[in-house]
Design a protein around this ligand. Structure first.
Ligand code: GLN
Length: 287
């Protein structure tokens, strides 16, 4: 039987329409379901259980608007305003990078270090607060500081701390270490800084086009911020303190050199699931 335009739009029909609208994208069916759940404020199972339920006209126009923006390329996380990371649900907006699943490896690596029970830990360039908050949920006795130079990002991070069980993190507005008091001594500094080469073709495709360049790029070799961080971190590390950096898959050797030139020891790379080094860490020993 043919569907008439005047028939109420059911969940099944809305999804079929949206999936065909997003055909050129990477994940038309999943994106359609996630966006419809955001409109209906429901879980994904609801869509499968009630395919014949009708949308109200305002729900349908909201959904059509989201699908149109997704077709233009806007990331799903900016359209729904949330993203899952570790065990957290985080609010996101255009002021920050959308947390990536691969950054969970940074959290895992940090948790595997032998640190004091009440370690002082700093997340440099915290954005949504993802790393700081994931560490705080796992290690409630750690003292966390989350640093960002964008005040909207810190507002978002503070809101995310409240949303995920009122986690206590000290938020600091600072470009890397600029506004940090020298008295700060951390057992661990962890960072997912910008590290993409500024002329990388990768920036012209997909979701990254909508993310802030300040969170993505760092000079022609992508190492500008990492160089700065490695240079200045020793002033803010305890003896035996660690600096842990996420980076691109071709950057490990250069970062190892930077660590060694600066006098760090115990430098090691950590591979991701594809066997590529995406994290480099090293330890500072005060002489
Ligand atoms: N890993 C990110 C990406 O692939 C880049 C994030 C960053 O520069 N820290 O887009």
């Amino acid at each position: 039987m043919h569907q008439k335009d005047t028939d109420p739009v059911t969940i099944a029909r809305a999804l079929a329409w949206a999936t065909s609208e997003l055909q050129q994208g990477e994940s038309p069916a999943v994106d359609s379901r996630v966006l419809l759940c955001a409109v209906l404020e429901c879980q994904r199972t609801y869509l499968f259980t009630w395919p014949d339920k009708s949308l109200t006209s305002s729900q349908y126009s909201h959904f059509k608007n989201l699908i149109a923006r997704r077709r233009e390329g806007h990331p799903v996380a900016y359209l729904t305003g949330t993203r899952e990371f570790w065990s957290l649900t985080l609010k996101v907006n255009e002021s920050t990078l959308i947390p990536r699943p691969e950054t969970e490896l940074l959290v895992e690596t940090a948790l595997a270090l032998a640190l004091p029970d009440t370690a002082s830990v700093c997340d440099l360039g915290t954005g949504t607060g993802a790393i700081a908050l994931a560490l705080k949920t796992e290690k409630p006795a750690w003292h966390l500081t989350g640093v960002d130079r964008i005040s909207e990002a810190l507002d978002l991070a503070a809101a995310n701390a409240q949303l995920n069980g009122q986690l206590t993190v000290n938020w600091l507005l600072s470009h890397w270490f600029d506004a940090m008091a020298p008295a700060n001594q951390f057992d661990l500094i962890v960072t997912n800084p910008p590290y993409v080469e500024s002329d990388s073709e990768y920036l012209q495709q997909g979701d990254v086009r909508f993310e802030p360049a300040s969170a993505l790029t760092a000079g022609v070799d992508g190492l500008e911020d990492i160089r700065d961080i490695i240079q200045r971190a020793p002033d803010f590390l305890t003896s035996g303190g660690w600096l842990l950096i996420e980076h691109g898959y071709t950057q490990h050797e250069s970062i190892k050199e930077l660590f060694e030139e600066r006098g760090f020891s115990g430098c090691q790379g950590i591979d991701d699931l594809n066997g590529l080094p995406r994290i480099t860490l090293a330890q500072w020993r005060k002489s």
